[in-house]
Write a protein that binds this ligand. Structure first.
Ligand code: CMX
Ligand code: CO
Length: 146
């Protein structure tokens, strides 16, 4: 069951400057940052609020580290902006299989590693009314704060 908005993924050309914008404008602080080589991004997670399912909602700021990454290709076409939304679930395997059975293209055969050791998969935007949609099962967020 999808129980929260886990994050909104925002593509940016300069992660440090964008982090500073969110800090100076709204007071949001970096909860976690990392490089995800497989996804081709340098990223920062800004925690907005905790959620009633025991998880949290974040902004995920994404700077591509390669032009041919998903975010790099998207930015070449669109510039900076909202790249994807992510719903949180306790069981990404079961939920993504159920959604696949409804005829929506799930991009990965098996979930892959996402931010803070979460397990993630994506639904094709063309099957989701133009919205690239990610499903996330978090690892224990408290264990991965840096
Ligand atoms: N939102 C909405 N539509 C999108 C999109 C996005 N983020 N990215 C691509 N599209 C659309 C394109 O506009 C294009 O539409 P048209 O044919 O009408 O022009 C179509 O989808 C195909 O796009 P493309 O530019 O040819 O790109 P690809 O098919 O090579 O890749 C996708 C698209 C979704 C398969 C790829 O971006 C992907 O695998 N994404 C999942 C991984 C990812 O996004 N990782 C980064 C985030 C990591 C994280 O969250 O942790
Ligand atoms: Co994401």
């Amino acid at each position: 069951m999808l129980t929260r908005i886990d994050h909104i993924g925002i593509a940016c050309s300069d992660l440090d400057k964008t982090v500073e914008f969110y800090r100076a404008t709204y007071g949001f602080e970096v909860f976690h940052s990392e490089i995800n080589e497989e996804q081709g991004v340098r990223e920062a997670m800004l925690k907005i609020n905790e959620t009633s399912d025991g998880g949290a909602s974040y902004l995920q700021l994404l700077e591509p580290i390669r032009e041919d990454s998903a975010v790099g290709k998207w930015m070449a076409k669109n510039g900076e902006g909202v790249h994807h939304i992510a719903f949180g679930t306790a069981d990404v395997d079961t939920d993504s299989e159920a959604i696949r059975d409804k005829g929506v293209r799930v991009l990965y055969e098996q979930p892959r590693r996402g931010s803070m050791d979460s397990r993630i998969t994506f639904l094709h935007p063309k099957d989701c009314h133009g919205v690239l949609t990610e499903l996330v099962t978090a690892a224990d967020p408290a264990a991965h704060k840096d």
